[in-house]
Design a protein around this ligand. Structure first.
Ligand code: NDP
Length: 283
C-alpha cells in the first residue's frame, strides 16, 4: 500500500516556519505585506481571496484587499497596480484570476512589478524559471516541489511524467523537475498512448482536470504519484485526476484529493511573500 503524502501536515509545518520567519522580519522592522486585488463578484474568487487573507493573518503577514466592481476599467486597474508597485509596505501583489472579459489579463499581469510578482506569472519570472535562475515560482507547482522534497523524493536521474501543459501547473512543474535533474516528459491531450508514457514514470504529476482519468493499473510499481487535479463529481465529492484506490495498490507514495496539493498553493503564496520581504530587508 502506498504511503499517503499528507499535504495538510506539510502545509501546516511550512506555515509555522513562515510565521516564525515573519516574526523575525518584524523584529528587524519589516512586516511582510501582500496586496490582493479582486475585480468583480465571482463567488469562487471571493472564497479564494478570503482564504488568502485569513492565511496571511494567521502567519502575521500584513494584507490589504482591493475589491473593485466588475465595471472597473482596465486603466483603473493598471493605475491601482502602479500604485501598489510603488507602495513600500507591499512585498507581493496578487491579482485574482479570472478577470472580467473587458480587461486584458496578460497586460495586467505584465504591469505587476516582477519584484512583487508572488504568483510568478509575469513573463520576466517565467523567463527566469526557464533559464534556471528563478526569482518567484508559481505557487501550485512550487508547492508540488516542496511536497516531493519534504517526502524525501530524490528527482535526479528519475523519469518524471507530467500530464498537462498549462502555464500555471504543467509547464512550470516540468521546468522545476528539469532543474532538479529529472528526465521529464510532458503529456497533453494530443499525446499518443498516455498509458504507456505513465507506465514508464518513476514520478507521475497529474494536472489535467478530468476525474480519475489516470488509471491505477498504469502506475509503475513503486512510483510516486502527485495528483494536482481537483474535480467535483456529484454534489459534494472531490476526486483527483488519478484513480486513487487502484493507484494506492501500486505506488510507493501518493497525494490524496482533497488534502494533497490543495493546501500547498496558499502556503507557497505566503512563502513567496515572505521571501520577497527578506529581499526588502537585504536592500
Ligand atoms: P488546464 O485546463 O489549463 O490544463 C489541462 C491540461 O490537461 C491541458 O494541457 C490539456 O491538454 C491536458 N489534457 C486534457 N485532456 C487530456 C487528456 N485526455 N489526456 C492528456 N492530457 C489532457 O488546467 P490547469 O493546469 O489549470 O489545472 C489542472 C487541474 O489542476 C485542474 O483539475 C485544476 O482544478 C487543478 N488545480 C489545482 C490547484 C490546487 O490544488 N491548488 C491549482 C491549480 C489547478 P491540451 O494542452 O492539449 O489541451
Amino acid at each position: 500500500m502506498a504511503k499517503i503524502i499528507d499535504g495538510k501536515a506539510i502545509a501546516a509545518d511550512m506555515r509555522q516556519e513562515i510565521a516564525d520567519d515573519t516574526r523575525s522580519l518584524i523584529e528587524q522592522g519589516v512586516t511582510p505585506g501582500l496586496a490582493v486585488v479582486l475585480v468583480g463578484e465571482d463567488p469562487a474568487s471571493r472564497v479564494y481571496v478570503s482564504m488568502k487573507e485569513k492565511a496571511c493573518a494567521a502567519a502575521g503577514i500584513f494584507s490589504v484587499e482591493h475589491k473593485l466592481p466588475a465595471t472597473t476599467s482596465e486603466v483603473e486597474l493598471l493605475n491601482l497596480i502602479a500604485q501598489l508597485n510603488g507602495d513600500e509596505r507591499i512585498d507581493g501583489i496578487l491579482v485574482q484570476l479570472p478577470l472580467p472579459d473587458h480587461i486584458d489579463e496578460g497586460k495586467v499581469l505584465e504591469a505587476i512589478s516582477p519584484a512583487k510578482d508572488v504568483d510568478g506569472f509575469h513573463p520576466y519570472n517565467v523567463g527566469r524559471l526557464v533559464t534556471g535562475n528563478p526569482l518567484f515560482q508559481p505557487c501550485t507547482p512550487y508547492g508540488v516541489m516542496k511536497m516531493l522534497e519534504r517526502t524525501g523524493v530524490e528527482l535526479k536521474g528519475k523519469e518524471v511524467v507530467v500530464v498537462g501543459r498549462s502555464n500555471i501547473v504543467g509547464k512550470p512543474v516540468a521546468l522545476m523537475c528539469l532543474a532538479e535533474h529529472a528526465t521529464v516528459t510532458i503529456c497533453h491531450s494530443r499525446t499518443v498512448d498516455l498509458a504507456q508514457k505513465v507506465a514508464a514514470a518513476d514520478v507521475v504529476i497529474a494536472a489535467v482536470g478530468r476525474p480519475e482519468m489516470i488509471k491505477g493499473e498504469w502506475i509503475k510499481p513503486g512510483a510516486v504519484v502527485i495528483d494536482v487535479g481537483v474535480n467535483r463529481v456529484g454534489d459534494k465529492k472531490l476526486v483527483g485526476d488519478v484513480e486513487f484506490a487502484a493507484a494506492c495498490e501500486r505506488a510507493a507514495a501518493i497525494t490524496p484529493v482533497p488534502g494533497g496539493v490543495g493546501p500547498m498553493t496558499i502556503t507557497m503564496l505566503l512563502y513567496n511573500t515572505v521571501e520577497s520581504a527578506k529581499r526588502r530587508v537585504a536592500r
